[in-house]
Ligand binder design. Structure first.
Ligand SMILES: *[C@@H]1O[C@H](CO)[C@@H](O)[C@H](O)[C@H]1NC(C)=O
Ligand SMILES: *[C@@H]1O[C@H](CO)[C@@H](O)[C@H](O)[C@H]1NC(C)=O
Ligand SMILES: *[C@@H]1O[C@H](CO)[C@@H](O)[C@H](O)[C@H]1NC(C)=O
Length: 181
C-alpha cells in the first residue's frame, strides 16, 4: 500500500474510535456513600449536646466513572449546613477516576456544636430526636481520552442526612444529583 493510503486508513481508524468515545460519554455519578459521627459530648445526664464540644463527622464520597475514558476532576469542596448555617467545610482534592472505576474520597469535617444552637429550631429538633443536616459536595472536571478533552462536567450532589441524636447514627439520607455540562 502507498504511504497516502496508510495515512487515510489511520485517520479513519482514529476518527472512528474517538467518535465512539465521544458519542458514548455518560455522566459520572457522585454519592455521599457514608456519613458517620465520630464524637459528640452531652451535657450532664441529658440528651442535649454540649454546645462547647466539637463534633467530628466522617464523610465518604464516591465518584463513579462509567466511561472508558478517564474523568479528571479539580479541587472541589464539601459543605455541611443546618438550615442556613454553614457548620463545616472540607476541601475535596482533585484527582482522576480512571475508566470504569469508582474513586473514594474520605473526608473529615469538624464543627463546633455551638453553631447549631444559633438556630432556634435546634432545641425542638433535639426533642424530636432527629436532626437533619445538609451535605453538599461538588466536582468539576473533564472526561478525557487520548489526552484530549471531550466533555466538561460539573457535578453537584445535595444530601439530607438525618441524624439520630440519641444513637448518634445516621438514620437515613436522601440525595439529589445535579449535572450541568
Ligand atoms: C454537671 O454535674 C456536676 C456534678 O453532678 C455539676 O457540678 C455540674 O454543675 C453539672 N453541670 C451542668 C452544666 O449541669
Ligand atoms: C473546638 O474547636 C475550637 C476551634 O478549633 C477550639 O478553639 C476549641 O478549644 C475546641 N473545643 C473543645 C472543647 O475541644
Ligand atoms: C434513635 O436511636 C435510639 C437508640 O438506638 C432509638 O431507640 C430511637 O428509636 C431512635 N429514634 C428515632 C426517631 O428513630
Amino acid at each position: 500500500m502507498s504511504k497516502k493510503l496508510w495515512i487515510i486508513l489511520f485517520i479513519i481508524i482514529v476518527t472512528t474510535i474517538s467518535g465512539f468515545v465521544v458519542f458514548h460519554v455518560k455522566d459520572p455519578q457522585i454519592l455521599i456513600s457514608r456519613a458517620r459521627i465520630l464524637n459528640i459530648k452531652y451535657m450532664n445526664g441529658s440528651n442535649i449536646p454540649d454546645p462547647s464540644a466539637n463534633i467530628t463527622i466522617e464523610v465518604d464520597v464516591s465518584i463513579k466513572n462509567p466511561n472508558l475514558a478517564s474523568f479528571q476532576y479539580e479541587d472541589g469542596s464539601t459543605t455541611l449546613s443546618y438550615h442556613d448555617i454553614n457548620i463545616g467545610e472540607a476541601k475535596t482534592p482533585g484527582g482522576i477516576a480512571k475508566g470504569r472505576c469508582t474513586r473514594r474520597v474520605h473526608l473529615i469535617l469538624k464543627f463546633v456544636m455551638e453553631k447549631l444552637f444559633l438556630d432556634e429550631a435546634f432545641s425542638s429538633d433535639i426533642k424530636s430526636g432527629i436532626v437533619i443536616i445538609n451535605g453538599y459536595t461538588y466536582f468539576e472536571g473533564r472526561v478525557k481520552a487520548f489526552g484530549a478533552f471531550i466533555k466538561h462536567v460539573y457535578l453537584g450532589v445535595d444530601c439530607e442526612i438525618m441524624v439520630n441524636i440519641t444513637s448518634i447514627q445516621v438514620h437515613d439520607q436522601s440525595c439529589r444529583q445535579g449535572i450541568s455540562l
